[in-house]
Write a protein that binds this ligand. Structure first.
Ligand code: F0G
Length: 350
């Protein structure tokens, strides 16, 4: 049927819900898997983009949040809390509003994109800016969830991972099998953990014949997994993945090693180049952090470490409208003209 009921209904048998679970949904999931023509040409591979910015609040977080908020309601919670670099807070605020729950969010002061701040506020979240980074926010949120009657909905909550694994299911359902390689940005490392779980579940029961190699990419100034050490003061223009001590670090290493994959770093320059390529050539507008997956793929191909002919999926995690600053700063300022066709034509080079 053409009606999409949201991912919990679509994958009900593979998720921890019962007939009496009160499903909270905004019809998230079923996002486009777009063939990437130019990136395929450059790499000699068959590359697709899993466009997660097409979710209701504009990021992949909605997959996890439909599950986390559904289970919070089922368990009788009245309030939820999260730490966030922006997207988790936007998603938690929306799903909490839908469910009639109080939503508290802790964000690093001055380090989240304006669109995400707007989303959290418009959906009625109680938002505190913390004088610290994301890692400080997560430690604080975890402590509050222990000491006060409020449920933590960060990806340390296993229901988040359960929801997010459905992206891997959708890819296999569309392609007919798992790809050879799956690329994605890595921040707190929940999403790479979730995809790996989803791919493994499909392979375990024969729905897929195999699992892909998992390729995760961190921003170079915020690459604790690549460096093998906590980054005390993480830096990158990709604020969504400005994280120095990922909660799912060990699980990300397992995804890498069990899949025969890699976790590597990409510079801000490489991220912005991929960001512009995605917008100009593939016509997919993502936020900077999302472009880390494509930046990593292109870097690996340029280093001669990618065999041509592979089928590859890159997850692009969030919508570009959330953080338009980089789109505007990278473009020439628009020219103002009088109401005059000749002047317009001259300016346009027609
Ligand atoms: N891409 C975007 C757009 C994100 O917002 C995030 C994480 C990631 C990638 C990385 O995913 O953390 O599962 O490895 N954002 C979180 C947040 C931290 O608070 O919105 P991850």
């Amino acid at each position: 049927s053409p009606y999409w009921p949201g991912l919990i209904e679509a994958y009900r048998s593979r998720l921890p819900v019962s007939d009496s679970t009160p499903v909270v949904t905004l019809q998230e999931g079923a996002t486009p898997l777009v063939p990437a023509v130019e990136i395929s040409r450059r790499t000699g591979c068959d590359v697709y983009l899993k466009v997660e910015g097409a979710n209701p609040t504009g990021s992949f977080k909605d997959r996890g949040m439909t599950m986390a908020i559904t289970k919070a309601v089922e368990e009788g919670a009245r309030a939820v809390i999260c730490a966030s670099t922006g997207n988790t807070s936007a998603s938690a605020a929306a799903y909490a509003a839908r469910a009639g729950l109080v939503c508290a969010v802790l964000v690093p002061q001055g380090k989240i994109a304006l669109g995400k701040l707007a989303q959290a506020l418009v959906h009625g979240a109680k938002l505190l800016q913390v004088d610290g980074n994301f890692d400080d926010c997560l430690a604080l949120a975890s402590k509050l969830a222990i000491d006060y009657p409020v449920s933590l909905v960060n990806s340390v909550n296993q229901y988040r991972i359960e929801g997010q694994k459905t992206a891997a299911f959708e890819i296999v359902d569309v392609l007919g099998d798992a790809p050879d390689i799956h690329c994605l940005p890595v921040g707190n490392a929940g999403n790479i953990t979730a995809y790996w779980q989803g791919y493994r579940e499909y392979a375990a029961d024969g729905t897929a014949s195999r699992t892909p190699r998992m390729w995760g990419f961190q921003a170079a100034g915020s690459a604790p997994i690549v460096d093998g050490a906590v980054v005390e003061n993480p830096q990158t223009i990709a604020t969504a993945i400005r994280i120095g001590n990922p909660a799912s670090w060990v699980k990300a290493l397992a995804a890498r090693d069990e899949s025969g994959g890699r976790i590597d770093a990409v510079t801000d320059r490489e991220i912005l180049a991929a960001y512009r390529l995605l917008a100009r050539s593939e016509a997919v507008f993502v936020e900077p952090a999302s472009a880390a997956s494509v930046a990593g793929l292109l870097k690996t191909a340029a280093a001669g470490e990618l065999e041509p002919g592979r089928r590859i999926v890159c997850t692009v995690t969030g919508n570009g409208l959330k953080d338009p600053e980089w789109a505007i700063s990278g473009a020439p300022a628009p020219v103002t003209i009088p109401v005059d066709a000749a002047v317009a034509a001259a300016q346009l080079g027609l």
